[in-house]
Design a protein around this ligand. Structure first.
Ligand SMILES: [Zn+2]
Ligand SMILES: [Zn+2]
Length: 243
């Protein structure tokens, strides 16, 4: 199991250089991942056990998807809707804090980390694909357009004083449930239900008969969901260093 609250690994890298977000091997993995392996039942189960990727690989995945699909984020919307729906289910049937914490914990390490993908690993990818993978402008545009909504979801422990005091990301919520005197479970449950409805609506908006029904609010839930699952530091660090 990976540690739930992750540090700020971006500190070691140059935030202004897109090439420092992902190594060539990581680009290679994510490129093939989004081509179809995301749909494999084994992969899906692993991602459920680990509640998605770690913070850095979650950001990397969104960067790659947005760069190649020009913000047509169908794949991430499906996976994140599935994970948030599972979280919502946990809240529904586990009212005792310690039991809820156990249900929300990761059972497996981030799939990419466990396979040894890190910022120093080199892989084989064409110059063309590599260049496209380095285009962070699509995710930044998506984030800027939806900022008004995802800002309301900031975790109070990831960013004390800048956020809604009743909302915590999953790792910080687990920590509070196990060691603190967290008394806002009802607020958190209501938030997850809200997030579930928004990300579900967004993922369904890719269906042909529901095309063009997406709103900025439901699009923002993609960022909120990814950051609720793993914490906000990497994403905010990436976003706050935009030019
Ligand atoms: Zn990872
Ligand atoms: Zn947090």
């Amino acid at each position: 199991m990976d540690k739930e609250i992750e540090g700020e690994s971006l500190k070691k890298r140059n935030r202004l250089d897109p090439s420092s977000y992902l190594s060539t091997a990581e680009v290679y993995f994510l490129w093939y991942f989004m081509q179809g392996s995301i749909m494999s039942p084994i992969t899906r189960q692993k991602l459920r056990n680990s509640w998605g990727f770690c913070q850095r690989h979650m950001l990397g995945w969104l960067l790659i998807e947005s760069a190649f699909f020009h913000n047509y984020l169908h794949g991430p919307s499906i996976l994140l809707a599935d994970l948030i729906d599972r979280a919502s289910y946990c809240f529904k049937f586990n009212p005792i804090p310690s039991i809820l914490a156990i249900r929300l914990r990761t059972k497996e390490e981030c799939m990419m980390c466990s396979l040894g993908y890190d910022i120093n690993r080199e892989g084989f990818i064409t110059e063309e694909i590599l260049a496209q993978s380095r285009d962070t402008s699509y995710l930044l545009k998506f984030a800027m357009e939806t900022e008004k909504f995802w800002l309301k979801s900031l975790c109070n422990k990831c960013f004390p004083g800048r956020s809604n005091k009743n909302i915590l990301c999953r790792p910080h919520l687990i920590d509070e449930l196990l060691h603190g005197n967290y008394s806002a479970i009802d607020n958190q449950k209501a938030y997850i239900q809200y997030l579930n409805s928004q990300i579900s609506f967004y993922s369904k908006s890719f269906q042909w008969e529901r095309r063009h029904t997406e709103t900025l609010e439901c699009k923002a839930s993609l960022i909120s969901a990814a950051c609720w699952l793993k914490g906000w530091n990497e994403f905010i660090d990436f976003y706050s260093h935009r030019s």
